[in-house]
Ligand binder design. Structure first.
Ligand code: SAM
Length: 213
């Protein structure tokens, strides 16, 4: 995938290392720094998930998907018809550019807001795969993710939870995410048998929950 094509020809001045979703320069700066690496890491995680899931068909809920580059990895690993929901509260400026719209493979054009995605998660009949790729830190600052997940997952027999930790200081320290997930696991353990699979080099976690008999 030639990721550089997403920002080809876009004039940008130097901008801060702070991700501002509505600022094209800041979008490009983030993507140049992390786009390819995150895409590759997220794809590797899907590869690992596929082995764990055997032949189960996932419904991927990608919380904080950004411009949805992980959808490319999801299709490469699970096939073109994989169920994938691109969830993001903020539309990135780059998604309005011709470069983004013309990009091949196709990237998501419509994004789902957080609250709607919680409703969709409740409704899905497929095995939900709840993904936070470098996004849990940002989302939990605004939303009570733990409360929402505990409420929705009560109605499920099984689920997968996948998190690739936020990597760097500009976009949020990792430690917060680990503690948050540990406390989520503790609460989920009252209803589910939880199996944890660490992602290579301790960069994230895959968790499987199945309802206690
Ligand atoms: C650091 S970016 C990660 C982007 C991408 N997943 C990756 O792996 O590179 C964090 C994302 O979380 C999104 N976000 C922040 N608050 C959110 C919220 N309340 N609900 C959904 N997404 C949110 C941001 O818009 C941003 O796209």
């Amino acid at each position: 995938m030639e990721i550089e094509k997403i920002w080809e020809g876009i004039q940008t001045k130097d901008c801060d290392n702070v991700l501002k979703y509505d600022d094209l320069c800041s979008n490009v700066s983030y993507l140049k720094m992390y786009g390819k690496a995150n895409y590759e890491q997220n794809k590797e995680t899907f590869e690992k998930l596929k082995k764990i899931m055997n032949n189960e068909k996932p419904a991927i809920f990608s919380f904080g998907c950004g411009i949805g580059l992980d959808s490319v990895g999801a299709k490469e690993i699970f096939g073109n018809h994989v169920v994938y929901f691109p969830i993001d509260e903020y539309k990135w400026a780059i998604c309005e550019t011709k470069q983004y719209k013309d990009f091949e493979p196709k990237l998501p054009r419509k994004f789902i807001k957080y609250d709607e995605s919680i409703w969709l998660l409740q409704m899905t009949q497929n095995v939900p795969v709840i993904c936070f790729f470098h996004s849990l830190y940002s989302i939990k600052k605004e939303k009570d993710v733990k409360k929402d997940l505990l409420k929705v997952l009560k109605g499920k027999n099984k689920f997968y939870f996948v998190c690739n930790f936020t990597i760097n200081n500009h976009y949020g320290p990792t430690l917060n995410e680990r503690d948050y997930i540990d406390s989520l696991i503790e609460e989920l353990s009252q209803t589910f048998t939880i199996k944890k699979f660490d992602i290579i080099n301790n960069r994230g976690i895959i968790m499987h929950g199945s309802k206690c008999k």
